[in-house]
Design a protein around this ligand. Sequence first.
Ligand SMILES: [Zn+2]
Length: 495
Amino acid sequence: MAMTPFALSAALSTWGGRLYPASLVDTGAALVALARVEGRKILVQASVQAAGLPPGFDGEIRPATGTAIRLCPLTHENAVALRRLLPWAAPVSLRNRRTTIGCGDRLGRATPGHVRAVRQFAASPVLAQQSMRELTLTRRTYENVVDDVTFLVLQEGYRAGYGADGDHLKTLRDIGVAVDAGMAMITLDLTEKMNAAAENWTPAAVEAAFAELPEAVRRRVIDTYADRAFDVDGGVVTIDGLEARRCAVMYLAAMDFAGEAYALLQQRRGDAFDLEISIDETKAPTLPAHHLFIIRELLQRDIVISSLAPRFIGEFQKAIDYIGDLAEFERQFRLHCAIAKAYGGYKISIHSGSDKFAVYPIIGRTTQHRVHVKTAGTSWLEAVRAIAVADPGLYRRLHARAFEVLPEALKLYHITPDLTTIPALATLKDSELPALMELDAARQLLHVTYGGLLGDPAIGPAFLAALDAGEEVYYRGVERHFVRHLRALGLEAAG
Ligand SMILES: [Zn+2]
């Protein structure tokens, strides 16, 4: 028999601890909850006798009057046991959910804010989402990413199901690592497997490379695509002979690789996964004809995808709004959506979706909310904003250090901020610091330098400690910011 929440709460308070009220779960035999005890977040379990405590957890049993209370540290082993005890705490495939929102969280601390925002709308969150680049820069692992979210969905009592995205993976080995950690979504980045340079090759060079392909492949490509027009809802996509050959040279090897990744996912997870194909990290925008070629070649290999991320016209720079021609974006975006609708109804995925408020209304109405929108750094920037509020001195050190580590970050991120627009810190009062997060150049500076900042021993640990001490401030900031995103997409309120 479980003890009462009141008795558990009273026992914790004698140790100076407190419960996160939304986290309380009664399993029948025991109470399970998240608590903060002696300054640390911890998993607590309580039963009238030790035999009633759930199996598989590792922790310290503390005697309390008439009960057994176990305090379990937030380790990987305890996360695994928690996911077994409460299956809703584990990531799931969201392939049947209409609207999905990628909530990348580099610090493993933003989930309560994400959950509180997403709950207000008809949308499902991908709460665990990280690229290999972000893992390296934050010194985290896929196990850390999934485990942090496991404990935080318990903290919020969020049982509606969440996704976990191994983002921008390029090798079968990395996919294996992400799947081992429980990631249910894989974003397969094909930029290294495709021949992007062939986009600009001369007809003669394309012809020469095409001639190297096996004869049966060449015949199939010509028969299927050359000089043909494909009707898609509200539009026509045409491919001439040269473009058909060019697509074959650019993409066929990458399509075969996608087949290997798909087989691996099927073998490991049956149908319980989401595969996203990403071709967004290329220099040139993805032409609708290329998108159509890619999806037809995927279907030809019996690969079922949940989403596809084209590279769109214009610039989707980190941390700031869309740069480009909105009318042309809308025209091309419509065609991408029409192709997705005609070939199985997968979602178009918007990468670097953070803060793209100008294109959100177009995205919302064109997709009718059948879409995946990915954000990542914007939740980190909310953490920086929370620090600017809570600890201006620490913010000043962090801001100065960001300029020093920027050259290193620019090797990994393409941004073009005008740093001269950032006022000198000495001219700003403490109360003016949070407003720097409204300034494009400052947002971009701080967005890309997280690796160097978190890795600085004088800044990283102090940053996380200050964030944890004011966690509610951070959650409220993330919630407010995400509500703004979800409203701009025109999403309906949750029913
Ligand atoms: Zn991307």
